[in-house]
Each structure stands twice: as structure tokens, then as C-alpha cells.
Write a protein that binds this ligand. Structure first.
Ligand code: PMP
Length: 314
């Protein structure tokens, strides 16, 4: 989806017009990938627009910054409020929220420390990531010939711009092979994750998902699904998954803020389970969307309402 190029972007504490939210071509980030970021969504619930798990995302942003020794010149609360204010100013209901922290303009040595730590928050309208039918029918994916970044190369637990060079290779190869998305293995050959999603398999009624040491991003939707699985009494196991376990799983699905809970119907042309969204996936999806609808109690305080706080608290 191309940008409309309208509205305001929060940049270092100021709102600037979309067209003026520019950085210098000699900024450190342009040359060395020195950015960290988040991808967050606001949903139009029955009680008004609400951001899903905003604090968890901003906390992860600060964790990414810590790993890269970046001192963000704002607090968690500042960036939570700035995110909500940016949505309000742009008068959006359902949207994507992209906070990005990057090494800015000063000098171009590899050492980033002389360069300022700049922060921006952009928001825009956003539809379904893997296509509108994906949530129901599932998607066709393939195992990538590219491995996920190995430990001791780039830290997968940090959501760093540079990691997405690896994601781009995975995604472009998948598309070239006629698939919607690729699944990367880790450096020892176990399942890691998609280019922008975590992955679960369902086997004999239990959920299995790769652990942090399989070079995954600690996904917030992954954590959400683990919580929801607990509500249904499903066992959730964080364990290494050999590639072939994908093919013989009862169900496989992706999780992510963009992908939400997307069933996988085919991997490397092998039909997964029934070839349709499986019953466990459907149950988790339904519960997930119930929480996002605002119609059920916000048990875990996952929703931050954007407008009209009083109405929401009533
Ligand atoms: N892995 C990668 C590489 C991602 O980019 C994302 C999307 N942020 C995820 C997993 C899923 O994370 P989350 O559920 O927090 O969006």
C-alpha cells in the first residue's frame, strides 16, 4: 500500500507535515542500518479506537535500544503519549503505528556514538498484511534458502532495521517462488520464523513454537497467543522444531502485529493438515479478535483507547 503522503509525523517532540519529515542523506542510519523500530496497530473497537499492547511494544523498543547502547532521550510514557497524540492529530481510527529510533546526522564513522539518537512516530491507515482472505483460507509459504541471522552476528531479540535486510532476502525469494511468505530456519537448521512473523505448529492438540535461541523476535502477538492458548487449556511448548515437523503438523500458523494470526495452508507445495484453517487456529483467532473488538472485558489491559478516555472507563 503506497503512502498517501498526508498528515503529521512526530519527530523529536515536534509535529511536522508528512512531506517535511526528512533526514539528511549522510545520517548514520542511511549507511549503517542503525535504527530500531516497532510495528503497532490501532483497532476500531466497539468502544472506540484502541491501540493493542502499546506498552509492550514501547518496552520492546527500549530493550532494542539497550542492546544497541542507544539512549532514547524520552521515557516510555513520553513515547506512549506521543503515539496516541499522533493518532489523534491525524484523526485515524484503524491504523498502523511506526515508532523509529535512529542514529542521525553528525559524522560517518562506524562508531555511532557521535551521532544523535533521533526519534520519529508515523501513523497511517493499514489493511490486512498477507491479503484479506489469508486469515480464513491460509497462505502458501516456502522454507527459505536464507537462514535467519545467527546468534553472535545480529541480535534477533532487538527489532533493528539492519535485521530486515535478512527479512527482505527471505521475502523476495518467497515471492519469486510464487509464495506469500518464507519461513527461515536458524543457523543450525531448526525452524526460526517468517520474515516478519513468529510461527506456531499444532500437534496432537498442543502448540509448539520456536524458543528465543532459535533467532526469533520475541513477538508480542506470540505472547498474546500463548496467553489465549492458556485460556483454552492448550499446552504451549517452546521447543526447537525440525523442518520436517512443519510438513506433518496438524496446523501451522503465523503470528504478528501485521499478520495477526494467519493460517498456513501449504509449505513447499505440501498441504498442511486439511489444507484449510484448522480448528485450533480458528479458536485462537476468534478469541484474539474478540479482545480486539472491545466487546469482551479487557482482562489483560491490552487496549489503550485513543479518544474519549472517560467513556471507556465508565
Ligand atoms: N518476527 C519478526 C522478524 C517480525 O518482524 C515481527 C513483526 N514485528 C514478528 C516476528 C512478530 O512480532 P509482533 O507480534 O510483536 O508483531
Amino acid at each position: 500500500m503506497a503512502f498517501k503522503g498526508e498528515g503529521k509525523i512526530w519527530m523529536n517532540g515536534q509535529f511536522v507535515d508528512w512531506k517535511d519529515a526528512n533526514i539528511h542523506v549522510c545520517s548514520h542510519v542511511v549507511h549503517y542500518g542503525s535504527s530500531i523500530f516497532e510495528g503497532i496497530r490501532a483497532y476500531n473497537t466497539s468502544r472506540g479506537s484502541a491501540v493493542f499492547r502499546l506498552k509492550a511494544h514501547i518496552d520492546r523498543l527500549f530493550n532494542s535500544a539497550k542492546i544497541y547502547r542507544m539512549d532514547i532521550p524520552y521515557s516510555v510514557d513520553d513515547l506512549i503519549e506521543a503515539s496516541l497524540e499522533t493518532i489523534r492529530l491525524n484523526k485515524l481510527q484503524e491504523c498502523y503505528i511506526r515508532p523509529v529510533v535512529y542514529r542521525g546526522y553528525d559524522s560517518l564513522g562506524v562508531d555511532p556514538r557521535p551521532c544523535p539518537v533521533d526519534v520519529a512516530i508515523a501513523v497511517w491507515e493499514w489493511g490486512k498484511y498477507l491479503g484479506p482472505e489469508a486469515l480464513e483460507n491460509g497462505v502458501e509459504v516456502c522454507v527459505s534458502s536464507w537462514s535467519r541471522i545467527a546468534p553472535n552476528t545480529l541480535p534477533a531479540m532487538a527489532k533493528c532495521g539492519a535485521n530486515y535486510m535478512n527479512s527482505q532476502l527471505i521475502k523476495m525469494e518467497a515471492i519469486a517462488r510464487g509464495c506469500v511468505e518464507g519461513i527461515a530456519l536458524d543457523n543450525v537448521g531448526n525452524v526460526s520464523e517468517g520474515s516478519g512473523e513468529n510461527l506456531f505448529i499444532v500437534r496432537d492438540g498442543a502448540l509448539i513454537t520456536p524458543p528465543f535461541d532459535a533467532s526469533i523476535l520475541p513477538g508480542i502477538t506470540r505472547n498474546t497467543v500463548m496467553t489465549l492458548a492458556g485460556e483454552f487449556g492448550y499446552k504451549v511448548i517452546e521447543a526447537n522444531i525440525p523442518r520436517e515437523a512443519l510438513y506433518i503438523a496438524d496446523e501451522v500458523f503465523f503470528t504478528g502485529s501485521a499478520a495477526e494470526i494467519t493460517p498456513i495452508s501449504m509449505i513447499d507445495k505440501i498441504v498442511i493438515g486439511s489444507g484449510k484453517r484448522g480448528p485450533v487456529t480458528e479458536k485462537l483467532q476468534t478469541r484474539f479478535f474478540e479482545y480486539l473488538s472491545g466487546d469482551v472485558a479487557d482482562t489483560y489491559k491490552w487496549l489503550d483507547f485513543v479518544y474519549d478516555k472517560e467513556k471507556v472507563q465508565a
